[in-house]
Design a protein around this ligand. Structure first.
Ligand SMILES: NC(=O)c1ccc[n+]([C@@H]2O[C@H](COP(=O)([O-])OP(=O)(O)OC[C@H]3O[C@@H](n4cnc5c(N)ncnc54)[C@H](OP(=O)(O)O)[C@@H]3O)[C@@H](O)[C@H]2O)c1
Length: 243
């Protein structure tokens, strides 16, 4: 299946790199606004085709993936409209609807490393689109009402997880670790926690019980998080982007 990625920036570029790593380089044509972006992408992904001409990018494609900034979507669709007949048009632009878009998707930039959490909105060709995103991570097909929630948890969620890792790293530095060591400790601890949940299927709260000795020090730290309304802050953060 030939894919044209229109707008190979942070998100489009991550998808191109992820698909290229999954052995799909020869099927991808990417476009951008500047040659510099295309040169960088082409050297990172041998075998892909690149062009500054969106209409040329779309020629011969089966799937056209729109990954420009939301305010450019309408202009780009108008530009490539003559070439779109019979093609499946997918958009990852947040919050923009257009009659010519067949399927809405919301990936995240971990697609570059095969670790995206992507949401695809229920539609006639959603399964076909989901199979593409499954090449770069996990993918869920959901009703429209859950797309924004998915975007907040997984698209924006990367930033929220980074904030937690930053806080843990800074705490480590305050307690005496060098920054690089503190970052490595925070990352490995998070990875360990995620693996534990994967392997055991436990609810996070049940996993917490395993590391919390009655009267011990873990519960003291957990209660400090509660005093600072950590749970509530995270839930409010996720809901802040819902209209
Ligand atoms: N970033 C995320 O984590 C994320 C997650 C989910 C969805 N999205 C969605 O993805 C879209 C892109 O966001 P982004 O963060 O990737 O933005 P970005 O890094 O600015 O990338 C946008 C890309 O579009 C290119 N571009 C600009 N005008 C163009 C045109 N007329 N024709 C073709 N390409 C053009 C730019 O080219 P140059 O590089 O040459 O300027 C750039 O490479 C947005 O709609 C956003 O809602 C982003």
């Amino acid at each position: 299946m030939k894919i044209a990625v229109i707008g190979a920036g942070n998100m489009g570029g991550a998808l191109v790199k992820g698909w290229a790593k999954a052995g799909m380089a020869a099927d991808i044509t990417a476009s951008a606004h500047t040659q510099q972006t295309l040169d960088r992408l082409a050297s990172a992904c041998p075998g892909i085709a690149v062009t500054l001409d969106n209409r040329k990018a779309v020629e011969g494609a089966d799937v056209v993936l729109l990954a420009v900034k939301p305010w450019l979507i309408e202009q780009v669709i108008a530009e490539i409209a003559p070439e779109l007949a019979g093609k499946l048009v997918v958009s990852v632009a947040a919050g923009i609807r257009n009659d010519r878009i067949d399927v809405y998707a919301m990936p995240n930039i971990a697609a570059e490393f095969g670790e995206s959490m992507t949401f695809v909105e229920e539609a006639e060709q959603a399964d076909r689109v989901a199979s593409l995103f499954e090449r770069v991570g996990q993918c869920k097909v959901v009703p429209q009402r859950l797309m924004n929630a998915g975007m907040m948890m997984a698209g924006c969620g990367i930033a929220y997880v980074m904030r937690f890792l930053r806080a843990m790293t800074e705490g480590g530095v305050e307690m005496g670790f060098y920054p690089d060591d503190a970052k490595q400790i925070a990352m490995q601890t998070m990875q360990g926690a995620v693996t534990l949940l994967h392997e055991t299927g436990l609810h996070p709260e049940a996993a917490i019980d395993k590391v919390t000795t009655p009267g011990g020090i873990t519960i003291k730290g957990l209660n400090e998080l509660d005093h600072a309304a950590f749970n509530s802050a995270v839930i409010r953060c996720l809901k802040a982007g819902l209209q």
